[in-house]
Design a protein around this ligand. Structure first.
Ligand SMILES: [Mg+2]
Length: 174
């Protein structure tokens, strides 16, 4: 078994950055300070598929935005950490609370602030448009860019490696 395959098999939780991973990194700020972001429907569906086989999705954002709460609620994502200045500290607290090891976590990021987490989790992923330092540090770089189905690509990668994807697709084809 390759090193990647072994790492992928242990994943049970998807932990992802928000801006630049679930979005393309851009947001609209209106005159009243309200924020608008664009999410991809395939990423949302992936979070729901993950939940349907008992996998949690956790959001960790360095910023705070009401639309992130709104999107998480819509997808049934209960673990949302915003204004996380130190993302590794937040992930450590989450692991402690859930009594899980870093080897069960697949983390997806795009920028330098994600590096402390990416260097320590079981399987690390950079989106296609991540900064070069992040792309260099990870196990896998997605073909898709942030906000364009990168999260979906990761969920599929993990489930295919674990032999779960076929069974998920069969729900819709049989
Ligand atoms: Mg980011």
């Amino acid at each position: 078994m390759s090193e990647h395959a072994a790492k992928l098999k242990k994943v049970r939780i998807f932990v992802t950055d928000v801006d630049g991973v679930l979005t393309d990194g851009r947001f609209i700020l209106d005159y009243a300070g309200k924020e608008l972001k664009m999410f991809h429907v395939h990423d949302g569906a992936a979070a729901k598929l993950a939940a349907s086989v008992g996998f949690q999705t956790v959001l960790v954002s360095g910023r705070r935005s009401e639309v992130v709460e709104r999107r998480a609620k819509e997808l049934g994502i209960r673990q949302v950490y915003q204004e996380a200045d130190d993302k590794w500290k937040v992930v450590q607290e989450f692991m402690h609370k859930e009594r899980i090891g870093a080897d069960t976590i697949c983390y997806i990021g795009d920028d330098l602030a994600d590096l402390p987490v990416l260097r320590r989790v079981g399987f690390s992923v950079a989106v296609g448009n991540a900064v070069p330092e992040v792309k260099k540090a990870v196990d896998y770089v997605t073909e898709r860019c942030g906000g364009d189905g990168a999260f979906r690509e990761v969920v599929e990668l993990v489930f295919k490696a674990q032999g779960r994807w076929k069974e998920i697709v069969e729900r819709y084809t049989t």
